[in-house]
Design a protein around this ligand. Structure first.
Ligand code: ATP
Ligand code: MG
Length: 429
């Protein structure tokens, strides 16, 4: 067995090849490391690297997917700093590598909390060899959980430059499209209507507003995937999981940063995509949602008020320190006449960035679908506006995930004849 040293004095590398997994383990003390090594002396990892250092300084070598398959890290869960460092690790460097936490004095609630944070398992101290084998087995199963089909869910938030510019329409139609296409691959899609006072996402899908959000607020610390699932409405034809706004108008500050982070964490684990329809106003928690989004889609239209508000939104994103989150600017209800009001070039000059996408205007179709509470394709199977929304969201998905998912979205929907089982009847020999 080879012994390799990292640059810090207390590191040990061990090599052999029975468990098909390279494990990097970081402990807070020599005692904890020794205890682990003793307990797993009969377990042979493909490669085992141990190190003694706090969670605040996991070395760069541990982040590399090709050299490390799983990270085991000891944390003091009663130490807020440790939890903060762990959170940062999970959200940044270890997005692609499963993380197991080992700690003592862990309650069931705390274990749950750690799992929501994105930890794949918790090795509670004191542990036995069997405990180690169990968590490693789980890590093996989860290894690559963020790759391909099992990738960590993405959050796409829609904000608006101007009122009534069509942000909810685009969010709802995008959600319906993704949910329909990805259901057969076992991937869930959810839509959160966070315009909690006057949102219309439920209305556009013929769903009654209900008290799902109030249920989430009431459950708070008890909130988990199962509870959350029960508070969402499943859209019958697309399978989209929708959180509607509450029945009654509630103050914007009923929501806290804490609860929003918890919801997003759970959704990221359980759903492939979460689409958020954001309120027009900035609330204390809206920056938290945007900060935790993988993409922001700013919807606006060609009018003086909408463009000036779009500019304010872009500036606000910068001011809030959210300038790093990718943004797509979409002009909705675009017509050739729009260009006579302001050219795209001049809009780009005002916004100081390029326009990424234009969605055509089709008031009759969009209004008709929304009044009936159905997706656009239920009214007209192929329309320019629907295609344009699909292209937009497919492009976003392509940027956020691997190529496979984009190709699933590009698959042709079964024709009407295929759906009723008459595909070959009219096929010429
Ligand atoms: N591409 C489009 N073509 C024509 N009409 C559209 C289009 N997109 C949205 N609309 C219409 O614009 C109106 C406003 O749309 P929507 O509710 O989606 O906007 P919003 O930005 O979410 O508004 P709010 O500020 O109220 O949240 C609706 O009547 C909708 O049917
Ligand atoms: Mg809206």
């Amino acid at each position: 067995m080879d012994l390799v040293h990292l640059s810090t004095k207390d590191d040990v590398y061990l090599d052999n090849s029975t468990i098909p997994l390279s494990l990097a383990a970081q402990f807070m003390s020599r005692k904890a490391e020794q205890n682990f090594l003793v307990k797993c002396r009969d377990i042979s990892f493909q490669r085992l690297i141990t190190r003694i250092e706090g969670v605040s300084s996991v070395p760069k070598e541990f982040h590399q997917k090709d050299s490390v398959d799983v990270l085991l890290v000891e944390v003091n869960i009663n130490q807020p700093d440790d939890m903060q460092y762990l959170q940062t690790l999970l959200e940044n460097d270890f997005v692609n590598i499963p993380v197991i936490v080992t700690a003592s004095d862990v309650t069931l609630n705390m274990t749950r909390e750690l799992m929501y944070m994105g930890v794949v398992d918790v090795l509670i101290q004191p542990f036995t060899e069997t405990d180690i084998l169990t968590v490693m087995k789980r890590a093996c199963e989860k290894n690559g959980r963020h790759d391909g089909l099992t990738a960590k869910g993405k959050v796409i938030s829609f904000i608006k430059g101007g009122g009534g510019v069509g942000a909810t329409t685009l969010a709802v139609q995008s959600g319906c499209f993704l949910a329909t296409k990805l259901a057969k691959y076992g991937m869930d899609v959810s839509l959160l209507d966070m315009d909690i006072q006057f949102g219309t996402a439920g209305l556009y899908l013929d769903m009654q507003n209900d008290d799902g959000l109030m249920g989430i607020l009431a459950a708070r610390d008890r909130m988990d995937g199962t509870l959350l699932k029960g508070l969402f409405n499943k859209h019958d034809t697309t399978g989209l999981n929708v959180l509607t706004i509450p029945r009654d108008v509630v103050p914007m500050d009923v929501i806290s940063d804490d609860i929003i982070l918890r919801i997003l964490r759970i959704l990221r684990q359980e759903h492939k995509f979460t689409i958020v329809d954001m309120p027009g106003v900035w609330t204390p928690w809206s920056a938290k949602i945007l900060e935790n989004s993988d993409m922001i889609i700013l919807v606006t239209e060609i009018s003086i008020s909408a463009i000036s508000q779009a500019k304010r939104q872009l500036d606000a994103l910068q001011d809030q320190g959210l300038g790093d989150i990718p943004v797509k600017v979409v002009i909705n209800r675009f017509t050739n006449k729009s260009e006579k009001v302001f050219s795209i070039h001049s809009v780009e000059e005002v916004l100081e960035r390029r326009i990424d996408h234009k969605i055509p205007n089709d008031y009759k179709l969009v209004c008709n679908a929304e009044n009936k509470g159905v997706p656009l394709m239920n009214i007209v199977s192929k329309s320019k506006v629907d295609k344009s929304i699909r292209d937009l969201i497919s492009e976003v998905v392509g940027e956020l995930t691997d190529v496979d998912i984009k190709s699933y979205l590009a698959e042709a929907s079964p024709s009407f004849m295929e759906r009723i089982g008459l595909r070959h009847v009219f096929t010429k020999k």
